[in-house]
Design a protein around this ligand. Structure first.
Ligand code: FCB
Length: 468
């Protein structure tokens, strides 16, 4: 029996996003982003952290590129600061494009494929004049931004990701108000989500007009929704929850339009909320055609699963399910998220089976482990090694079953600003000492580099192996 391995041309990389690492918020004529404004609200960010310094990557990016090179990575998923390029939402700031052009040139020079995300949540605050993504005019502003970036970088960038996590934008940004722009508006959130998807479709067309050979994708936060018990009611609840979290995005992107069951659910919610519109007023004729069939690869951000049970609708819970688990003694990261590589494998197979065998890039996958440098100056994050190992085995297993996963972007290259959770959770394979900005590759980075070099993922916990 031969051990399955990754092919030589597999796209190995690591991911970051602009607001989470850059700092230098006003450099080169940048405009304010919704995260600059949201982060100033008392209590919005744990520990009161903000993006003013972060990893200082706006200035220290050559070090980041050098680390990618040292680790032998072949791709870097990073994002362009939207509010830097379009400070007032509409006018192009060439100085910001100059900055990103220098990064792209350095990556290409080092043989590292730039995987560019356009909207990783730092939209210009100026676009709040039309309520951010709730306003349809934001779609036009996003397309103009995509065009400007494609014109400047299109000859050197092959992989594009338009939107990062439409569901999370909708849920945390517009439904619960836990992320920028901090809006709490259940009815408005579904409108925002639709405009994010429409933005994807229209930006994909705009990019391809400029760069006909571009590969354009969207990064989805996919959470397998599994029933708490075998009961019919729980199975239905899990399916309904899957509609809300996963199918609502996957179906229209694959040209099927919005799923009927979830559309009915939302229409019921709009009625209950007393909204003065229905989905027919929001999803206009032609919109679904504009969203479908424009995804050259599906970007999968996978962290964990949801365990769902049937539950009555209440004032606090507008949906007929509750996320009840996982409970009990399961492996968890330091953030409490269940470590569940089996669900990752199953998710990838499901995408293949249910959505016509799409090309898939893992655009994010990783875990929070708080290990700090020890007296030897190294970071022995063995639990992250095991997380990585088991999830890479899951990718291998899915590939063996015929799923077309062609790349893996580990989240994250660096410890960084974890949104509302501030600087506490550490996701990086490279440790960042925030006061000095010093970067130290953790043992997991060395482990990852070895997998990248060999294409082989050990089939058992390598905790005993000497990484460090
Ligand atoms: C995802 C985000 C990314 C990071 C990880 C942990 O939802 O896309 O920026 O915060 O989670």
């Amino acid at each position: 029996m031969t051990t399955p391995t990754f092919p030589h041309d597999f796209l190995w990389g690591a991911a970051t996003s602009a607001f989470q690492i850059e700092g230098s918020r006003t450099a080169d004529g940048a405009g304010e982003s919704v995260w600059d404004v949201f982060g100033r609200q008392p209590g919005a960010v744990e520990g009161g952290g903000d993006g003013s310094l972060a990893c200082d990557s706006y200035r220290r990016w050559p070090e980041d590129v050098a680390i990618l090179e040292e680790l032998g990575l072949r791709a870097y998923r990073f994002s362009i600061g939207w509010s830097r390029v379009m400070p007032d939402g509409h006018r192009v700031n060439e100085a910001a494009l100059d900055h990103y052009e220098r990064i792209v040139d350095a990556l290409v020079e080092a043989g590292i494929d730039p995987v560019v995300t356009l909207n990783h949540w730092d939209m210009p605050q100026a676009l709040m004049a039309d309520r951010g993504w709730i306003g349809r005019s934001t779609v036009d502003a996003f397309v103009a931004y995509a065009q400007a970036v494609a014109h400047r970088l299109g000859d050197r960038v092959q992989h594009w990701i338009t939107q990062n996590e439409p569901w999370i934008i909708q849920l945390l940004g517009y439904q619960l108000g836990l992320h920028a722009p901090g809006i709490v508006d259940l009815a408005g959130s579904v409108v925002a989500g639709h405009h994010v998807l429409l933005g994807h479709g229209r930006a994909a067309d705009a990019i391809k007009q400029v760069v006909p050979g571009a590969q354009v994708g969207v990064a989805l936060s996919l959470f397998p929704c599994e029933p708490a018990t075998g009961s019919e009611a729980d199975r239905e609840a899990a399916w309904a929850s899957d509609g809300y979290v996963n199918r609502w995005y996957l179906d229209p992107l694959h040209g099927r339009g919005y799923p009927k069951d979830t559309r009915e659910l939302w229409d019921g919610i709009l009625l209950r909320e007393g909204a003065d519109f229905t989905l027919d007023d929001v999803i206009l004729p032609g919109d679904e055609e504009q969203i479908g069939g424009r995804t050259d690869f599906v970007g999968v951000n996978y962290y964990t699963r949801r365990v769902c049970a049937a539950a009555p609708v209440t004032a606090e819970r507008p949906f007929p399910w509750a996320v009840v688990g996982p409970t009990g003694d399961v492996p968890r990261t330091d953030e409490g998220w269940e470590v569940r590589p089996e669900s990752f494998d199953a998710l990838l197979r499901r995408l293949h089976d249910d959505y016509g065998a799409p090309r898939i890039m893992i655009t994010e996958n990783g875990g929070v482990y708080g290990d700090a440098p020890t007296h030897d100056g190294k970071v022995h994050d063995n639990r992250r090694i095991e997380y990585l190992r088991s999830h890479l085995r899951a990718v291998l297993s899915a590939r063996e079953a015929g799923v077309d996963v062609f790349g893996y972007m580990q989240w994250s290259l660096l410890d960084n600003f974890e949104w509302a959770l501030g600087y506490r959770p550490r996701f990086g394979i490279v440790h960042v000492d925030y006061p000095t900005g010093r970067r130290t590759p953790k043992d997991s980075a060395l482990f990852y580099a070895q997998v990248v070099r060999s294409g082989v993922v050990p089939d058992e916990d390598p905790a005993h192996l000497p990484f460090g």
